[in-house]
Design a protein around this ligand. Structure first.
Ligand SMILES: [Zn+2]
Length: 556
């Protein structure tokens, strides 16, 4: 690691020959008390231990001493490359081209972003923003159509709210979508009107669709640029391995627009440096084998298509998570099942018998109990090796945790939810269920393996922020907090186990792929502010993909 500046996801500095990194705190992810050195040879880790151990190992591999490069990392901490076990790469690519609003904290900030975007896009193109959340803005509300008109010169602007069920349109957008004519509002949709009867901007449910239809067409160039942008950000955040959710049919969060995701991902992911597991969202597990060409499945090249995902319920934000009892803030609602037990079992059995990994989306406590019982039925009838998992595992109960542990079901969680949902989470689930929500400690102590992930673009991909959330929880049900070491394990060994790559990735040991992150502080030291830790460099398969002399955490 002796050359180069920041190289990005698509450029790399190859560590030709052998390198010994010395002087660092090494977390493998367990602390290495007497080892402060790592030897790298080609795309592999040759040794972890003392500097003498490392030099001896390279000598044993036939590398002459005088050809070994030494890099002094005194003051740094080296950890395994981070694993993000659940993200949506094609939706990320689409979001990347639009205005991302999740870090906006006031309407004034929003106005700056929109005015900037208006200057830089053709006048007839709709400006689209994602992840608007009025409750986190200083004003405590979403903007009005009049405010959007003023800041963009009357252009068509559509801002989709974080809950996915609401959007705000400018006057031009509402008009083009037909929503300023009460006769044209779709059944099941609503448009908030002012005293004069004219729409004020906010629309809900089925009225969101005509606004979203104004979104500029997704182009190939746009997708290529979007993927390159998020890939650069991920390497700058220390991420070296991902599990990528892709639809192959209408079913899934992107709806019919996502039917081509898997094919697009196959065409566009080839040059990415990450180890990539693709997880297919499909009603027919056998489709995995139809799509299994080398672009998505070539294990020697770090590409695997070996898993399917199905949805048992919706989300807490949309109040569609399937709950045992009603939501505390909406006493007549308890969410819904999106796939019933019979259909879910049919898919699970087909996938299991085909040797595929099953990923079950379950958020509400009733959905998670069903997931646990379905896995119980499946694995009692067809025992055998598997690496099945439940995605989110957001609200749980004791019998569910017990069944997950008994059957070795991994929970793939998103700790950053504790930050993005903190302004409504307790109100929605109620105080009696808050202790069962994102119940990381109960799972860890109960013998359930847990893995960290972002679910991007629903959440941002900043692993260190997610670790901080798993540790501090923003004060919500603090008894469910993880230790710093457990939080690091979520995104290293835990994530790697969830995708079946624990012998290859997620830890620093001789023979493992040389995926590592150099941090400017020890994230497991109680004195370290996790939100201030910077990534100095990211190495993937022995190649420096990112380097920053003065680490700055990028937003997002
Ligand atoms: Zn997801």
């Amino acid at each position: 690691m002796n050359a180069a500046d920041s190289t990005g996801a698509t450029g790399a500095t190859v560590l030709t020959g052998a390198t010994v990194l010395t002087g660092a705190t090494v977390l493998a992810p367990e602390r290495q008390p007497d080892g402060t050195a790592i030897a790298l040879l080609g795309d592999r880790i040759a040794a972890v231990g003392t500097e003498a151990d490392c030099r001896a190992a390279l000598r044993g591999d036939g590398v002459p001493d005088d050809t070994v490069t030494t890099e002094d990392l005194t003051g740094s901490t080296v950890v395994p490359g981070f694993v993000d076990a659940h993200l949506h790469p094609m939706v990320m690519a689409v979001f990347e081209q639009q205005v991302l609003l999740d870090q906006v904290r006031s309407i004034a900030e929003l106005n700056d972003l929109l005015a900037d975007r208006a200057r830089n896009t053709p006048p007839d193109e709709t400006i689209v923003g994602f992840q608007l959340d009025g409750e986190v803005l200083a004003e405590g509300r979403v903007p009005t159509a009049a405010e959007l008109d003023a800041v963009t010169g009357g252009r068509a602007v559509v801002l989709l709210c974080r809950d996915g069920h609401h959007a705000v349109g400018s006057t031009a957008a509402l008009h083009r979508a037909g929503l300023d004519d009460p006769g044209l509002v779709p059944a099941g949709g609503h448009v908030v009107a002012g005293a004069d009867g004219a729409p004020v901007g906010l629309v809900g449910e089925r009225a969101v669709e005509p606004l979203m239809a104004l979104m500029p067409e997704v182009t190939l160039d746009g997708l290529v640029g979007g993927i390159a942008a998020w890939a650069d950000r991920l390497v700058s955040q220390g991420v070296t391995s991902i599990s990528a959710m892709c639809q192959s049919a209408d079913e899934g969060p992107a709806g019919p627009a996502g039917a081509m995701e898997a094919l697009g991902w196959a065409a566009l992911s080839g040059d990415l440096p990450f180890d990539i597991q693709t997880i297919l969202i499909t009603p027919e597990p056998s489709e995995v084998f139809d799509l299994r060409d080398p672009s998505l499945h070539d294990p020697a090249r770090g590409r695997r298509l070996d898993a399917v995902k199905l949805f048992l319920d919706g989300t807490l934000g949309g109040r569609t998570a399937c709950m045992h009892g009603p939501f505390a803030d909406h006493p007549h609602e308890r969410g819904m099942r999106t796939t019933d037990d019979d259909e879910a079992y049919r898919r699970m059995e087909a996938a299991h018998l085909a040797g595929l990994q099953i990923c079950v989306h379950a958020i509400g406590d009733a959905a998670n109990r069903s997931a646990a019982e379905l896995f119980d039925r499946l694995l009692v009838r067809h025992p055998g090796r598997h690496r099945h998992r439940v995605e989110h595992a957001s609200v749980l109960d004791d019998p569910t945790i017990e069944l997950f542990a008994r059957h070795g079901i991994t929970a793939v969680v998103q700790p950053i939810n504790l930050r993005s949902e903190s302004h409504w989470l307790a109100r929605r689930v109620g105080l009696d269920r808050l202790g069962w929500t994102y119940a990381f400690a109960s799972m860890a102590r109960g013998g359930v393996s847990i893995a960290g992930s972002s679910d991007a673009p629903i959440e941002r991909t900043d692993v260190l922020a997610a670790m901080a959330a798993a540790v501090d929880r923003g004060g919500q049900a603090p008894e469910q907090a993880l230790t710093r070491s457990e939080a690091l394990a979520l995104f290293t060994t835990g994530g790697s186990f969830a995708r079946g790559t624990e012998d290859e990735l997620g830890s620093l040991a001789a023979g493992r792929r040389a995926d590592l992150v150099v941090l400017d502080a020890d994230p497991t030291d109680e004195r370290t502010d996790l939100d201030a830790v910077g990534v100095r460099s990211t190495v993937i398969a022995g190649e420096v993909r990112y380097r920053s002399e003065r680490p700055v955490r990028p937003p997002g």
